[in-house]
Design a protein around this ligand. Structure first.
Ligand code: F6R
Length: 580
């Protein structure tokens, strides 16, 4: 994971780099560092959030420079510590790295035999050592040789202390070149440089970009590469809090408008969506919440009469799958850069199976490499816990399902969704009250059957990841085969009950836990007698999850708030999981 940014131009880089790192903090935040260059290299690092690095920089005499690189880390090799934080320097070479080098150990041993000395256990330092080892007066050539030895993923921003230049190269990990006025940037994400430019160039695999103040050249294997300058439509406003205390709350509240936009775009233009009815088998693959969205999709497409499998990408990629003819593999990913989901996609692509991306980030790896793609158009999602992107993933799956089996009730109901969502989200007082009754608990359970089980998994993940309360979800009927032994007086059990066909069954299971002391919180579309309940509007079955999940997101938010958690950046997590 990790986020990187580099600058070369007329300005002093430190402020640009720090502000940029703050925008990249969602990619990891256990330590951060910066290197400035002007004849000499000055490196400053700190443990923890970017604000710690900022404080340290404010209390340091900085060299007067126009070139700099910076990094925010999510540890892979070596524990989070100041010494392991990037940038890393060996000899003439200082660099920052996003990715993971799988053969770092062998390369390191080899370099050590040749006399290279290392100070850390990081794979990144090995890259610096390797480039420096190959450096005999031509940095680009040294980088070219070094990357041929690397196995794994990398996005690198590199300074050589003998040159007023900045170099960058990528493989698997994202990296773009930002084009400003007499200044250039390299960054993992355009959001980090938006105050200066929205013009960027996508860098292809192993293309090395050499930047000076006034020019840039992209080369691969000594051949110049010409790439179009693109313009991002993302605005600074997309990346600001807009008056909210947290991005998570801001993003949940964007759901009604974003749903409205997508509905308007597709409901009378279904031909813009792929036709899934031609496939006999659908495999849906994703990680975390994207997988749970996929589980909702599985229930929808099965009701349409299609054979569906849904799996987490980290398992799917290693399974021995004999693909039937007429199989479609749907890859769901907000970022479009999740390493396991990319691997699952490449497995299917390699077997000549059609692939469909449901992604948020345009031009991301998954969007680019799938046979078909549909963008969920959620705008920038910054909170690590996904909210609006999940809802829009489900909406796209629902529209794809509707395209297979159309009926008038769906059209009627989908148009009401934005307003219904708005009303549901406005009930913050009630969600806070429920949060008050939950936040001291150490275990919370969620139950549901079929599509309601998929919803319950998402509710449970949201709660645990932002509030650190242990929470699990179970198929309601499975509870009595073991887990029910954990239920005691006062145990909170959320029951998700939106599917009429299995309503009575789930309610019976809820009664079973109530009679063993559980305190129920009912989330359903029929009013019931329980004290704590969230009654959502009854809509077409294919749309029901879109109304059931947002209240669970809200409750997770308020529980985390009560517990004083770092809501937008939960510990140990990162937004974009670009390592296996
Ligand atoms: C949970 C969450 C994660 C992501 C997962 C996949 O709130 O955000 O579980 O859903 O890491 O990420 P993407 O969708 O970027 O592939």
């Amino acid at each position: 994971m990790c986020g990187i940014i580099g600058y070369i131009g007329d300005k002093r880089p430190e402020k640009i780099l720090i502000e940029g790192l703050k925008k990249l903090e969602y990619r990891g935040y256990d330590s951060a560092g910066i290197a400035l260059f002007n004849n000499e290299v000055q490196i400053i690092k700190s443990l923890g959030k970017i604000s710690n690095l900022e404080d340290k920089i404010n209390n340091t005499d900085l060299i007067d420079s126009n070139i700099g690189i910076a990094h925010t880390r999510w540890a892979t090799h070596g524990e989070p510590s100041e010494v392991n934080a990037h940038p890393h320097r060996i000899g003439h070479i200082t660099l920052v790295h996003n990715g993971i080098i799988e053969n770092a150990k062998e390369l390191k041993e080899d370099l050590q035999e040749k006399g290279v000395k290392f100070n850390t256990n990081t794979d990144t330092e090995v890259i610096a050592g390797l480039i420096d080892y190959y450096y005999k007066g031509n940095t680009k050539e040294a980088i070219e040789k070094a990357i041929k030895d690397l196995k794994g993923s990398y996005a690198l921003a590199i300074i050589n202390d003998e040159e007023d230049k900045l170099y960058a190269v990528r493989c698997e990990s994202p990296l773009i070149l930002g084009i400003g006025d007499n200044e250039y940037f390299v960054t993992s994400d355009i959001g980090a440089i938006l105050p200066y430019t929205n013009k960027y160039v996508l860098l292809g695999k192993d293309e090395i970009v050499t930047l000076t103040k006034n020019d840039y050249v992209i080369e691969k294997d000594d051949i110049k590469v010409y790439r179009e300058v693109e313009e991002s439509t993302l605005t600074l406003e997309d990346t600001s809090l807009n008056g909210y205390d947290h991005y998570m709350m801001k993003e949940i509240n964007e759901e009604p408008v974003l749903v409205d936009n997508l509905v308007k775009k597709y409901i009378n233009n279904l031909d813009k969506l792929p036709d899934l009815s031609k496939y006999k088998n659908i495999h849906i693959v994703g990680c975390g919440s994207a997988y749970y969205a996929g589980m909702i999709g599985k229930n929808l497409f099965e009701d349409d009469g299609i054979k569906v499998e849904c799996d987490v990408a980290s398992e799917y990629r290693y399974r021995n799958i004999v693909y039937d003819k007429d199989t479609l593999v749907i890859l769901i990913s907000q970022s479009g850069e999740t390493a396991d989901t990319i691997a699952a996609m490449r497995k299917a692509n390699g077997d000549q199976v059609d692939t469909l991306a449901i992604v948020n980030v345009e031009s991301s790896t998954i969007e680019r490499e799938c046979t078909y793609s549909v963008l969920i158009e959620a705008g920038k999602e910054i909170a690590v816990a996904t909210t609006k992107a999940f809802i829009l993933q489900v909406l796209i799956l629902s529209l794809l399902s509707y395209k297979i089996n159309q009926d008038d009730k769906y059209i009627e109901d989908i148009k009401k969704l934005p307003q219904q969502l708005k009303v549901l989200l406005d009930k913050t007082g009630y969600y806070k009250k429920l949060a008050d009754s939950i936040y001291k608990h150490e275990d919370v359970f969620f139950i549901g059957r079929k599509i309601d089980y998929a919803i319950s998994m998402e509710g449970s993940l949201k709660l645990k990841e932002v509030s650190y309360i242990h929470s699990d979800s179970y198929q309601a009927g499975e509870l009595k085969h073991g887990t029910i032994s954990l239920v005691k007086e006062g145990t909170i059990v959320f029951a998700i009950v939106t599917d009429d066909e299995i309503r009575d069954k789930t309610i019976s299971n809820l009664e079973e836990v109530i009679s063993r002391g559980a305190k129920p919180i009912y989330v359903g579309n029929v009013d019931v007698d329980y004290e704590d309940k969230i009654v959502i509007p009854r809509v077409h079955k294919k749309l029901q999850p879109i109304l059931a999940v947002p209240p669970l997101q809200m409750i997770a938010y308020f529980v985390a708030l009560k517990r004083g958690c770092d809501i937008d950046k939960p510990k140990n997590l990162a937004k974009s999981v670009t390592v296996e």
